[in-house]
Design a protein around this ligand. Structure first.
Ligand code: ATP
Ligand code: MG
Length: 396
């Protein structure tokens, strides 16, 4: 019998109207991550089947663990022998080496010309196993070993409990978003959670050389490489924020520095999002974490853009965020000690309840439209290709 990879879909099987689109996108996403090997993919509404050479199976499993939209990844077996006596013996051969006390056989018969119906096939196989293996019983509700049989036109598939996939929606099925990515802990986690919902991300990073170093930028590039494993690469927009920040520092009362600085970041992000067909902004703001993340601050800052701003970690506490960061492999990079542009200009007493009127008034002291235009015109784009890294993490 040859080995075959079988995938069970996650939540996408509930999306009735566009299920086809979801599955096709998943197929494409899978095709991209295993493009280095020869493969064939077939699918129906219940499962996806990947045929690869036996020696490539482990490589493919490693890649598939990072693909959203997959609930379960199973290595199964296929045989071209549809004779029921041989099916029974094949199942016995496969399960003999396994340790279990309870089991259930579940048969799916897509080949409607097959003379025995699914219930009967399950019953025949179950009976055969009970006769040939000692100390096992059938448990239809909570079996230790679930034996699944699929009778197709020219082949029979056999498979058992698989490993958990990442779940979520296939990346790209929900369009594109722009992640405001700092070198901190929160924003990569916010990015991961958004990709999981099927949103393809680009990222934007604000740097302030020489106040921020190249190490800080390297850190963000590394974070993009990790996020890119789930996202099929990431386009990173880097904005030189120095002139804007220095102008703010010179002209704005210090307790409003952060408020105004973040309003500028939002304005620039909204324009970059628009120019790159991104429908949402995503960031790592968390309610109450710092002065700029009180509800009043969020309202005054958010006021400058119309585009929806999604804050996946808004209601998580720091420990919850850290736990996810550790699981997805961003924590060790996020905690490297390089300064971010937000931290270098932190005033002693940032305003906790900024007023929209004051913020607008202060801003009018600077010709920010011009500065924003210039920063966008000169911005740098890096297409981060994860293939060059060729290094995948062990995930969730
Ligand atoms: P993080 O929140 O990612 O841990 P942080 O705590 O340094 O980093 P905050 O000051 O909490 O960042 O900023 C809130 C959010 O604003 C960040 O999660 C990120 O989405 C965005 N942001 C902050 N600084 C930058 C930056 N230099 N470039 C891009 N986005 C940024
Ligand atoms: Mg934060």
């Amino acid at each position: 019998m040859e080995k075959i990879i079988i995938l069970k879909y996650g939540e996408l099987s509930t999306k009735k109207d566009n299920i086809n689109y979801f599955i096709k996108t998943l197929k494409q996403n899978i095709g991209k991550v295993i493009e280095d090997v020869d493969f064939q993919i077939y699918y129906d509404f219940g499962r996806m089947y990947i045929y690869v050479k036996e020696e490539d199976i482990d490589y493919c499993l490693d890649r598939l663990k990072n693909v959203f939209g997959i609930l379960e990844i199973i290595v199964g077996y296929k045989s071209n022998d549809l004779d029921i006596e041989n099916i029974k013996n094949n199942v016995l051969d496969l399960v003999k080496a396994k340790e279990f006390n309870t089991f259930k056989v579940k048969t799916k018969r897509s080949n409607k010309n097959y003379p025995i119906n699914s219930m009967e096939v399950s019953r025949l196989i179950g009976g055969y196993l009970l006769k040939n293996i000692k100390n096992i019983t059938v448990d239809v509700h909570n079996p230790q070993l679930l034996i699944e049989i699929e009778i197709r036109n020219n082949e029979v598939l056999f498979y058992f409990n698989g490993i958990k996939g990442l779940g979520g929606y296939p990346v790209g099925t929900l369009g594109k978003g722009l992640l405001m990515l700092s070198g901190g802990i929160d924003s990569p986690v916010a990015g991961f959670l958004t990709i999981k919902r099927g949103v393809k991300l680009e990222a934007i990073y604000f740097e302030s050389p020489p106040h921020t170093s190249d190490f800080a930028k390297e850190k963000v590039i590394k974070l993009c490489k990790i996020l890119g494993q789930y996202n099929a690469n990431i386009k990173l927009h880097i904005i030189n924020f120095t002139e804007i920040q220095e102008t703010i520092l010179k002209n704005i009362p210090h307790e409003y520095l952060i408020t105004i600085m973040r309003r500028m970041m939002y304005r620039i992000s909204a324009i970059i999002a628009h120019n790159n067909k991104c429908n949402i902004l995503v960031n790592g703001e968390s309610i109450g974490q710092v002065a700029s993340q009180t509800l009043t601050s969020m309202r005054v800052i958010n006021e400058v853009v119309k585009i929806p701003v999604i804050r996946p970690v808004a209601c998580f506490d720091k420990l919850e965020i850290i736990n996810i960061a550790k699981k997805i492999g961003t924590y060790d990079i996020s905690t490297l000690p390089y300064e971010d542009c937000c931290t270098i200009f932190v005033p002693d007493h940032p305003v906790i309840n900024p007023s929209l009127k004051m913020a607008t008034e202060y801003e009018n002291h600077i010709s920010y439209e011009e500065l924003i235009h210039k920063a966008i015109k000169n911005h740098e784009v890096i297409n981060i290709n994860i293939k060059e890294e060729n290094k995948y993490q062990d995930l969730l």
